[in-house]
Design a protein around this ligand. Structure first.
Ligand SMILES: Cc1ncc(COP(=O)(O)O)c(C=O)c1O
Length: 508
């Protein structure tokens, strides 16, 4: 039986699942400091209720904007494929977007209905394709090479394989810079074209013609996914227009083919949106100025130079994103209105048309937090003032966010009422620089304090690694006032168990 953790009324609601009470951070009705006392630090924590709230909001909002046909939400398993998490989503009536054979296994075990499992990915192995046909899931065709394998499997099994074509509409009307590319200001339409997903028009038509002639394969519709290049509603408007136009163009080339289902993919931002928040596009300029100044200041001598640099460093502080991203309801309204309108304009009726979507980060992101304990504090006062707060987590356990240049919002979980009166770099435990957060505001910290990084439910736990032979942390699931472990922490034996010592080196 899971323990019941203390429930107190909240002092302050941070969002639907987080609140503060008596100076402590709560996730649902659970005190985060008690979670760490029970399960250890660091710890990933997921809120079951928040997952269900997010799913239901997506389902309700898209259904209300799409009255002509059914709507199905297929959360992307890649964002968090822990078995318990997938069971929750299946029990809430979702479908599932999977990428790999492993994710398909998790999805089938969780009990999603096969026709609502969208199997994406390129390349797909023959064995994986055979299993997809056998299980009756939707195969989203994303390469010319997989077509023969699908036909072979369907013929061998004497089944009809149901497939969709993943299109790659050019987003010519959206040229604001892609936030996926942190290194420069690349226009979104170009960044989207350079991404591997989707079939170019000629390939889509050639594959489509072959599929329509096959006895054991049925083309049921179209798919697209560009991902989170930009969080604006304008970006989604452009995606929906471009998708509708490409559906019409490919349908026309296939002799008037009409889809029964369409899938718009994922890429909706989460409210606090940590995405790319550490990237400051004026940074090269700032650094150039700082570098030139720092070199120039050598003429005033060591004391003078550090005196100026000290003032400058004192000026800098990173801040998590303060402007919320559009809400689920806003995304749903813009997507459904634009898509219906654009499809009608190109003569495609929407009556009975199944609309699917594959949100990943926006289902999982704000359902998760990462708790990590302060283990060491290094305060430097000369020649410049600089604090390093070293915690027991590492960027290797927050890798998904590192790839996307996240700056997560954060709370000192045992000191939520303390004023943020100092500044520090938050540093991880690996031997790398491991700068988890550069120059952020902090309260007066002590060893043993608990830092909570918010919005870590998507892509983080599932991309952890064992750098420095560190065993990976556990994940706890919170349901109201109950908490249980749903992925245990690794042991040193787990970390070392794959190694094989050959005989000539003394192995058996
Ligand atoms: C095909 C597909 N669908 C959905 C998603 C989920 O995207 P997000 O987490 O940005 O919503 C991805 C992510 O890469 C994807 O490749």
């Amino acid at each position: 039986m899971p323990d019941r953790l203390t429930a107190r009324p909240p002092d302050r609601l941070i969002d639907d699942c987080l609140s503060t009470r008596n100076g402590h951070l709560f996730i649902e009705q659970c005190d985060t400091t008690e979670l760490v006392s029970r399960f250890g630090s660091p710890l990933f924590v997921i809120s079951e209720d928040q997952l269900r709230r997010n799913v239901r909001r997506f389902q309700a909002a898209f259904a209300s904007g799409w009255p002509d046909g059914p709507v199905k939400v297929l959360p992307a398993a890649k964002a968090n494929w822990i078995a318990a998490v997938q069971h929750i989503l299946a029990s809430d009536g979702c479908g599932c977007d999977v990428y790999s054979a492993g994710e398909l296994t998790v999805a089938l075990q969780a009990g999603f209905e096969p026709q609502y499992i969208s199997v994406n990915g390129v390349p797909k192995d023959d064995e994986h394709i055979y299993r997809c046909v056998h299980e009756g899931v939707r195969i989203t065709i994303d390469s010319v090479e997989e077509v023969d394998a699908i036909e072979r499997a369907a013929t061998a099994l004497d089944r009809v394989a149901t497939v969709r074509l993943r299109l790659k509409p050019a987003l010519a009307g959206f040229v604001r810079h892609s936030e996926f590319v942190a290194e420069g200001l690349v226009p979104t339409d170009i960044a989207a074209l350079a991404y591997k997903g989707g079939l170019a028009f000629d390939d889509a038509v050639a594959v489509g013609r072959r599929l329509l002639a096959m006895e054991h394969v049925e083309l049921v519709g179209f798919h697209q996914h560009h991902g989170r290049h930009h969080r604006s509603l304008r970006y989604w408007e452009e995606q929906m227009r471009a998708f509708a136009a490409e559906i019409a163009r490919v349908g026309e080339a296939l002799g008037g083919y009409r889809p029964r289902e369409i899938d718009i993919g994922g890429g909706f931002a989460i409210p606090r949106d940590p995405f790319n928040a550490v990237t400051n596009y004026t940074e090269p300029l700032q650094l150039a100025v700082l570098h030139t100044l720092s070199k120039g200041l050598r003429v005033v001598g060591r004391r003078g130079r550090y005196g100026v640099l000290r003032q400058l460093v004192d000026l800098f502080a990173s801040k998590p994103n303060a402007t919320p991203a559009p809400s689920i309801e806003d995304y749903a309204r813009v997507c459904t209105e634009t898509l219906r309108d654009a499809l009608h304009r190109v003569g495609i009726a929407t009556e009975g048309l199944l609309l699917e979507l594959e949100p990943g980060r926006s289902i999982h992101g704000d359902a998760g937090i990462h708790l990590t304990t302060v283990r060491s504090i290094k305060r430097m006062t000369h020649p410049i003032r600089f604090n390093l707060v070293v915690v027991d987590s590492t960027e290797f356990w927050l890798t998904g966010g590192r790839y996307e240049h996240h700056l997560h919002d954060y709370v000192f979980a045992n000191k939520t009422d303390a004023p943020l009166e100092d500044k520090a770099d938050i540093i991880g435990r690996s031997c790398f620089g491991d700068r988890l957060m550069p120059l952020v505001r902090i309260p007066q910290v002590e060893v043993g304090d608990l830092l909570a990084l918010l919005d870590t439910g998507a892509y983080q736990e599932v991309s952890t690694s064992n750098f420095n032979a560190l065993p990976r942390p556990a994940t706890a699931l919170v349901t109201g006032d109950r908490a249980v472990i749903i992925r245990r922490a690794e042991t040193e034996t787990d970390v070392l168990c794959r190694d094989v010592l050959p005989e000539h080196l003394g192995g058996g």
